[in-house]
Ligand binder design. Structure first.
Ligand code: CA
Length: 241
């Protein structure tokens, strides 16, 4: 299905919702209801398209059906979470499939609705999710002078914007969501493969090197024999060179 008109995206403070639903009648009905409720809505009709949009565009929340063609909803959600995408996700499950629900929560869902449901209930749960997300610590992650706005994918060091490729951003976001933890090359490599990186020309060392150079500060510490750790420049501790 088509995405929402581009003009709608620039409206300040308007919440953007991604709706991933392959049932075209339900998708149309929900899109209309969400639009009337004041949200800007992008839609996807299969898992691959939904995954791509959620991975590349900043959404305030996602409504994700689990039974989808091309890539199922649980896989979509797992991939987003692995890539450090933290927007609230409400999953839609087939009528009271308990196992689906559990799998969905394990994959990182924030709430669920079993079909069939009332549109009003979806809207109410979405409002609650958005309120909760807004009440949480700000979407900014700060590590020393490094600041990552996970909503907009903007990265600054001491207030100066840093231009990263989407692959570099994803690696940085992955580090940031595991701040202070040692990530082995295997962890990172698995994460990279998930993102369909070219495994030969884009080794972890190359990406880390590029990130370090662009950031210009010592926040990605090498932990000898173990891997890397993202932490404030003065928290190098035993990891120092
Ligand atoms: Ca479905």
């Amino acid at each position: 299905m088509k995405a929402a008109p581009v003009a709608g995206r620039s409206i300040a403070n308007q919440m953007r919702i991604l709706l991933v639903e392959d049932d075209s009648d339900l998708q149309r009905q929900l899109k209309k209801a969400l639009g009337e409720a004041g949200y800007v809505v992008d839609t996807a009709s299969d898992g691959e398209e939904g995954h791509f949009l959620g991975d590349t565009e900043p959404y305030d929340a996602v409504v994700l059906d689990l039974g989808l063609p091309k890539m199922d909803g649980v896989t979509v959600l797992e991939k987003w979470r692995k890539a450090g995408r933290i927007m609230p996700v409400l999953i839609l499950t087939a009528r009271d499939r308990w196992s689906n629900k559990v799998t969905g929560f394990d994959a990182g869902a924030d709430d669920y609705l079993a079909k069939p449901f009332y549109t009003e209930e979806l809207l109410a749960r979405l409002r609650a999710l958005l309120r909760r997300a807004a009440g949480l610590a700000s979407p900014d992650i700060e590590i020393g002078p490094l600041r990552i706005d996970t909503r907009t994918s903007r990265v600054t060091v001491s207030g100066n914007p840093i231009k990263l490729t989407s692959a570099e951003y994803r690696l940085l976001a992955y580090f940031a969501h595991h701040k202070g933890q040692v990530l082995s090359r295997t962890d990172l490599t698995e994460h990279m493969y998930d993102q369909d990186f070219d495994r030969d020309s884009n080794t972890i060392e190359v990406f880390v090197g590029r990130l370090r150079k662009k950031l210009g500060i010592e926040v990605i510490h090498t932990v000898r024999g173990l891997g890397y750790r993202l932490d404030a420049p003065d928290a190098a501790g035993e990891a120092a060179k």
